[in-house]
Design a protein around this ligand. Structure first.
Ligand SMILES: [Zn+2]
Length: 834
């Protein structure tokens, strides 16, 4: 007996998912931990598989991927990885002549598209089974990387819900509670971010940690497994138009080859599928495009199911769709992808190498060099270079200064340009060439206006930089050197002064407030001790802070820790502007902040939550829409109403809020939240400023309709597009003398995703607005939408009694990557109405 036990543990047998879990895959939803246990089991038992942990989620779940290949390849796995990077040029040296395909399968980026993590276990088992000659043959020339769950927090949120409420046996009626996930649903991560929109911006820790390991491998094929509405057939490559023009002919070609191979397997079973529709390759931050712009054949596969799928649901044809079906389809397409990749491994590797050879030596992009001026704020440059580092983008200073011409991002025109030796040069003669082009190019050629997502995202506008795109090649001559401004600290000054120009300064303000340091903000420009300071500059006087233990040390060490340049004033008597003791300097009371949260808010409430908690580290109270009416608002200084579709703002509530604002409250309304407050007697927000204006708009629309005539039925979709702004960048004037725009430039680039129009405020400040002629500087917008938003409000402030209402028509925290928007939002919270 003892001997038997000894034998079984020494030669542990590979178990199937069913044997390991104790139930057939598809009988129930497996939690993330159990899936991880299974992957560890396979890695432990098999000599040719290994688990690589790569981090943790916000809720503390482990992130990991598993690598499996032939035993022979497994022995030289590191060699294969390094050889691959040598083919890209990211690593020095010559690769060995051996050609091994690398296929990366990513599952469950959307947590409630729940079949794919289950499918990952079956796929792994199939690859690991020693008696499986078919997969053994594939692994001879193929390395397979499996990330069973990109988004475990969301996957467990969904699975826990279903496991709690699912009928036993499952109820297939869509009406059943088990098919209706509660808010916020299981799609997004802890902070409600869509991780399939975050690959390029990497605002979330899951993406940050994954991008790091992804770029250490750079696979040749990447599949992102999804689910869609439960009535749809399966979707696989080739993708739909628009496809970005940087996509190579080979990438297009191999998508078709993969698609045909998948089709062969699906045809055998008679399963329905579609290709070339809906899922395009344009926006660079998806799990298909990011890999594509990094040399892979990047693809999305979509099974029917999603959050309503449950264990079984009745589809429109009356047939059941079961979790088992869904798993089987994803399992089949995954293996089919490995099969075809293995079959063409040599060609895959050759073409991969060619892609990078073109990138490094002969990029096709029109713009060869991006120049980012050294005169930009040092914090912005540091942020942008850190972002480039994360994506293995190379940059540096030019060897010498020179003059050139280029597309100027501030004027949107081609102008002469003096390139200085301290400017930053990013040219496209490098491995990440095509990715750089998709993110920085001034215009993107959109082959089809019907895209799945936003049509512009340029980071140079997001950061609002002085930058230019050149058709000329300029090389990097020396590595980038960040200049940290020197801190000169006089001992025991009359006051400390800090510039207020970006998010780091907001973070610093947050830290000061939480250390109980009392801070004032300048309303106007002033000069003291030979230095000039802009509106918004933070002033910390000795007076009012005497009671703090070690006041000077506290302020100075905080500033140094957060890399804030310290200025001091030896006197309150200024050379220009108002004296430091003047009542004209606003004391900034640390606000008590409430954020509306729950059912009626959209996922953008998560962006706000993330902003305070993870970015500026300032406490907020999230208040559910279901009990908001019972909350005593007098405890709060600021109430933020995120994008959402609200039922709670009836007349009683609007009047209550109006009174709260009049008594000193600051109400911040974002995007769709404005619709609950427009044309109501308690607020100044109007759709049209007057009946006349409304009448004119209606006439204009009628005129347009008459010009166009009746649309054909098959043109309906396109006609709708003319009314849409799917996401484009507009340039607007910004009144930076107003606290809402403190620390910013006098123009602002807004990422517009809303077509709603609102009139200029009659009794308030129109801090940013659309002028007469409206056209995006980048991206697509329907011509009717452009007409509709002409002469309308973007950001405004309505003074009301002691308080303020801040209207933000576009969500400035959209996906948390629009750096400039964060400043508008911060000002709304900390500067307006103080
Ligand atoms: Zn999805």
């Amino acid at each position: 007996m003892a001997l038997l036990t000894f034998c079984s543990s020494a030669q542990e047998k590979l178990l199937s998912p069913a044997e390991f879990l104790g139930y057939e895959p598809g009988d129930r939803f497996t939690l993330h931990q159990r899936t991880m246990d299974y992957f560890n089991h396979v890695a432990k038992v098999m000599p040719n598989a290994k688990v690589f942990p790569y981090g943790e989620t916000y809720e503390g779940r482990r992130l990991f991927y598993l690598v499996i290949t032939s035993e022979e390849n497994f022995m030289k796995l590191e060699q294969i990885r390094v050889d691959n990077l040598r083919r890209t040029g990211l690593q020095e040296g010559r690769p060995s002549p051996e050609k091994t395909a690398i296929v990366w399968l990513s599952y469950n980026v959307h947590g409630n598209e729940a079949s794919s993590m289950e499918a990952s276990m079956l796929t792994l088992y199939d690859l690991a089974r020693p008696d499986n000659q078919r997969s053994k043959a594939w692994l001879k020339n193929t390395v397979v990387i499996i990330d069973p769950c990109i988004n475990p927090d969301a996957r467990d949120r969904y699975a826990s819900f279903y496991n709690q409420y699912g009928n036993m046996p499952p109820n297939s009626r869509a009406d059943a509670f088990e098919h209706r996930e509660p808010w916020p649903g299981g799609r997004t991560n802890h902070y409600f971010f869509d991780l399939n929109r975050d690959w390029a911006w990497t605002t979330q820790i899951e993406s940050q940690q994954r991008i790091k390991v992804y770029n250490q491998w750079l696979p040749h094929v990447h599949v992102d497994f999804h689910e869609q509405g439960f009535n749809n057939p399966y979707y696989f490559a080739p993708a739909a138009e628009p496809m970005h023009e940087v996509i190579s002919p080979w990438q297009r070609e191999f998508q078709v080859m993969i698609g045909k191979n998948n089709a062969k397997h699906f045809d055998e079973k008679g399963w329905l599928y579609f290709t070339k529709e809906v899922f395009d390759l344009f926006y660079p931050s998806y799990g298909d495009t990011y890999p594509t712009y990094s040399g892979a054949i990047g693809m999305t596969y979509e099974q029917a199911g999603g959050g309503m799928g449950g264990l079984s649901i009745t589809t429109q044809t009356g047939d059941p769709l079961t979790l088992k079906d869904r798993i089987t389809h994803h399992y089949t397409s995954g293996l089919s992808t490995i099969e075809i990749s293995s079959k063409h491994a040599d060609q895959l590797v050759d073409e991969f190498e060619k892609y990078f050879r073109e990138n490094n030596n002969n990029p096709a992009a029109e713009y060869k060099t991006y120049v980012i001026k050294a005169s930009n704020h040092p914090d912005r440059l540091r942020q942008l270079t850190a972002w480039m580092d994360a994506h293995a983008i190379r940059y540096g200073h030019p060897a010498s200064s020179k003059t050139s011409r280029g597309y100027n991002y501030q004027t949107q025109s081609v102008t002469p340009l003096n390139i200085q030796t301290d400017d930053i040069i990013v040219n496209v003669y490098q491995p990440k060439s095509r990715f750089i082009t998709t993110v920085f190019e001034p215009t993107s050629d959109l082959s089809d206006s019907l895209t799945y997502d936003i049509t512009a995202w340029n980071l140079l506008y997001a950061y609002n930089l002085d930058a230019a795109a050149l058709t000329e090649r300029i090389n990097v001559g020396k590595p980038w050197q960040h200049k940290e401004p020197a801190a000169v600290v006089a001992s025991k000054p009359y006051a400390y002064i800090f510039r207020y120009q970006g998010l780091e300064d907001v973070m610093f303000l947050s830290a000061l407030m939480q250390s109980d340091v009392k801070v004032r903000a300048a309303k106007r420009t002033f000069a003291v001790d030979g230095q000039t300071f802009s509106p918004g500059s933070l002033i910390v006087t000795r007076t009012n802070n005497e009671s703090l233990y070690n006041f000077d040390e506290l302020v100075v060490s905080l500033a140094k820790e957060m890399k804030r340049p310290i200025y001091t004033a030896s006197t309150g008597f200024v050379e220009q502007g108002k004296d430091l003791g003047s009542g004209d300097l606003n004391y900034i009371k640390a606000p008590e902040i409430a954020v509306l949260f729950g059912e009626q808010t959209s996922s953008s409430s998560g962006e706000i939550w993330h902003f305070f908690e993870q970015q500026i580290h300032y406490p907020v109270t999230l208040i559910g829409t279901d009990y908001f009416a019972d909350v005593d608002l007098r405890r709060y200084d600021v109430l933020i109403v995120p994008d959402g579709s609200y039922k709670l703002f009836d007349d009683v509530m609007l009047e209550r809020l109006s009174n709260w604002v009049s008594n000193g409250g600051r109400l911040i309304l974002i995007s769709n939240a404005l619709n609950s407050f427009v044309d109501k007697k308690w607020f100044d927000l109007r759709r049209y400023a007057s009946d006349e204006e409304k009448h004119r708009a209606e006439l204009l629309e009628k005129e347009q309709q008459e010009k166009e005539g009746f649309p054909r039925y098959d043109e309906m979709e396109r006609k709708m597009v003319s009314e849409n702004i799917p996401g484009a960048i507009y340039k607007v004037p910004l009144d930076n003398s107003h606290p809402l725009a403190f620390g910013m430039r006098d123009t602002y680039y807004t990422l517009k995703t809303e077509e709603e129009r609102f009139a200029f405020l009659g009794d308030g400040w129109n801090v940013a607005y659309f002028e007469d002629q409206v056209k995006p500087v980048q991206g697509f917008a329907g011509f009717k939408a452009n007409v509709a938003i002409a002469n309308s409000l973007l950001f405004g402030v309505e003074p009301k009694g002691e308080g303020r209402v801040v209207y933000l028509v576009d969500n400035p925290l959209f996906r948390s990557f629009w750096e400039n928007g964060k400043m508008i939002f911060s000002n709304a919270v900390f500067m307006v109405g103080q």
